[in-house]
Design a binder for this molecule. Structure first.
Ligand SMILES: [Zn+2]
Length: 243
């Protein structure tokens, strides 16, 4: 396996395209669903379907069948950029700055894949976007503790998808330092070791990250449905099951 990326985006959907797509998909008004396929690969939807960091043939994970309207790629490593596996002829969004696609807006914040200003593993984008009033950020293969300037650029985050496995990305400790800086309401850990992976992989399992943490919920499913008014007041960690 190679390195991971962390990215976060912020954006909002146009009301018209949102309601149209909700009608099309049957998504419940006002909710955001977050589905995790393992590693950094998610499908986030409020009607519009947004895939993030798709992989193919990655050790330890099955290949899911996913259709989306937009695909975000946090960095061009093989375990994050397999846009060709996403069905539905999606628009692909990469890179930093403000982007828009299918009526959504995204903010790509420049970060690095290592703690050496990108000299070891290159740049990474944290993507931030908004759905139904909920601001979400996906950290890709973030490799360092965020600077105050980066935290400011990222802005308010309700839901943070963050790598915790270490070696290719930030480890459990640095991930928590970022959580304390960003102060999201919901944290979804990603990019960590699974029992289905070989012993040789130098990343840690999620339990290292969870040690000593409050408000931890382990879900026996790969989907989490959120509503803005029902978000937890205190930072809460949700561990999804990709199976
Ligand atoms: Zn990577």
């Amino acid at each position: 396996m190679q390195t991971l990326t962390v990215f976060c985006c912020t954006f909002s959907l146009a009301a018209n395209s949102l309601s149209q797509s909700q009608q099309k998909s049957g998504a419940k008004m006002g909710t955001v669903t977050i589905r995790w396929f393992g590693h950094a690969f998610f499908l986030v939807s409020d009607g519009i379907k947004l895939a993030i960091d798709p992989f193919k043939n990655l050790e330890g994970y099955p290949n899911p069948v996913v259709a989306a309207d937009v695909v975000l790629v946090t960095h061009d490593h093989f375990d994050h950029n397999k846009t060709e596996v996403i069905k539905g002829n999606p628009q692909v969004v990469r890179g930093q700055g403000k982007k828009s696609a299918k009526g959504m807006e995204f903010l790509g914040v420049k970060t690095f894949h290592d703690s050496n200003n990108g000299k070891d593993r290159g740049e990474n984008t944290v993507f931030v976007f908004e759905m139904n009033g909920i601001r979400l950020a996906h950290c890709g293969d973030l490799g360092h503790v965020l600077s105050d300037q980066q935290v400011k650029e990222i802005g308010r985050v309700d839901v943070l998808m963050i790598p915790v496995g270490g070696f290719y990305t930030i480890d459990a400790k640095a991930a928590w330092q970022n959580v304390e800086k960003i102060k999201p309401k919901v944290v979804i850990p990603m990019h960590y070791k699974q029992p289905s992976m070989g012993d040789g992989l130098p990343i840690a399992g999620v339990d290292v990250y969870l040690q000593g943490k409050k408000n931890v919920t382990k879900l026996d499913k790969n989907i989490l449905t959120l509503e803005k008014e029902k978000l937890p007041q205190e930072t809460s960690i949700y561990v999804l099951n990709y199976k």
